[in-house]
Design a protein around this ligand. Structure first.
Ligand code: GLP
Length: 241
């Protein structure tokens, strides 16, 4: 219940109460929450106050509205730490979810100019271009296009990249992945991305580019990916001094 004497604004207390109900399972992802009228009766506040709380939660992607149907609880975002150099398969496993992929492109090509430079390729060298939609428990999370020098993975097959690429290069080929540089930018889904990620056109997307090096400093992959911004948030610990 709300504390009318608290210095915390009423709408804020409602937000916190609704969040609490989501985290203790009273409201699960996909559930409709009570209407503004019902909530205003429940909390004994004006509908304006309730609307403010709901709008804030919608803006935070915690709730979403569907015209004519009501307001629903969104899937919780995956919190992705920015420290560890992990694979998609590992990330999902760590959260108790199952990773899978749909291969939408697999070929050997001349690298685009920027990739050619980043992978420090020699003239005439080709790369494997691997395009995958990545799923967590069968829900689309990201589209990834990986470029890997053919010289490093000459026997790569569609079958291999339908599973974990990192597992193959470390487990089977015996390479050690050492470090990566990653860049994250905001963008919106174009029509192909919205179809593959199953989100409305122009939805918020996190564009992530990673360049990964093996132990000897050898560039191993450049990956360009589009992550659903409604399913992901990135978290990092930062230190002062
Ligand atoms: C993450 C990274 C990619 C990397 C991939 C490997 O998604 N953003 O850069 O290629 O993991 O994942 P997996 O080993 O599951 O194929």
């Amino acid at each position: 219940m709300l504390n009318k004497k608290s210095p915390l604004p009423m709408y804020y207390q409602i937000e916190e109460d609704l969040k609490q109900k989501m985290s203790n399972g009273d409201y699960a992802p996909g559930d409709v929450i009570p209407s503004e009228r019902e909530l205003s009766e429940l909390y004994r506040v004006s509908r304006m106050t309730v609307r403010q709380a709901i709008t804030n939660l919608v803006n935070e992607d915690i709730l979403y509205r569907e015209k004519g149907k009501g307001t629903f609880v969104a899937e919780q975002k995956i919190e992705q730490p920015l420290q560890g150099l992990t694979s998609f398969t590992e990330d999902m496993k760590q959260r108790g979810m199952e990773a899978s992929s749909r291969l939408i492109g697999f070929d050997q090509v001349e690298a685009p100019a920027d990739v050619f430079r980043k992978l420090e390729l020699n003239e005439g060298e080709t790369v494997f271009r691997i395009q995958r939609i990545r799923y967590a428990d069968e829900k689309p999370m990201a589209i990834e296009t990986s470029f890997v020098p053919s010289r490093l993975v000459p026997d790569l097959t569609e079958d291999i990249v339908s599973g974990s690429l990192y597992q193959y290069v470390e487990g089977k080929l015996g390479y050690t992945i050492e470090k990566a540089t990653q860049m994250i930018e905001a963008t919106v889904a174009d029509s192909r991305q919205s179809e593959w990620l199953e989100v409305p056109l122009q939805s918020a997307i996190l564009y992530i580019e990673r360049k990964t090096l093996l132990t000897n400093g050898l560039p191993f992959e450049v990956v360009k990916s589009a992550y659903r911004a409604d399913r992901y948030k990135f978290v990092s610990d930062i230190y002062r001094g």
